[in-house]
Design a protein around this ligand. Structure first.
Ligand SMILES: [Cu+2]
Length: 148
């Protein structure tokens, strides 16, 4: 089963659950959204995203990954595969993906995802696969395109 959370861009309600965690963490700003991977191994934080996401234009996301057992220290020894698509309400399989492809660049404990582009308005699923050695786990985040 995949875990999905709605990304409530700019709405503090999305951050309510993370407040105590960040109070004891470093100077990390509260994430725009976050989700735990399907097998519960990792928490993926969307730490930066355009607001609103532009339609049919390239945009960039920034992610951080945490081991759920050590939740305050972002991981640096992981690799991410990031894709996005629309399900149009038909389960969790993509009816179509993006017309662009992503490149993930690691900068210390942040993962910058370039090449994102949403060519259709509606609910998009951001699918993040985390690889750490022989282990992998996946999470889905819902991003609304486009506008407020
Ligand atoms: Cu579509």
């Amino acid at each position: 089963m995949r875990l999905t959370v709605a990304v409530l861009l700019g709405l503090t309600v999305a951050l309510a659950g993370s407040a105590p965690l960040h109070a004891q963490a470093s100077a990390d700003p509260a994430p725009v959204a976050q989700v735990v991977t399907a097998q519960g191994r990792y928490r993926i934080a969307l730490v930066a995203a355009p607001h609103p996401i532009p339609l049919s234009k390239y945009f960039t996301l920034k992610l951080a990954v945490y081991d759920t057992r050590t939740p305050t220290r972002p991981l640096t020894d992981v690799k991410l595969d990031v894709s996005a698509g629309m399900t149009h309400g038909a389960g969790h399989e993509f009816m179509h993906g993006m017309e662009s492809s992503t490149v993930v660049e690691q900068s210390n404990d942040r993962f910058v995802v370039r090449g994102m582009m949403f060519h259709m308005a509606g609910s998009w699923i951001l699918r993040v696969r985390v690889h750490q050695g022989a282990v992998s786990d996946t999470a889905d985040l819902t991003l609304q395109c486009c506008g407020e």
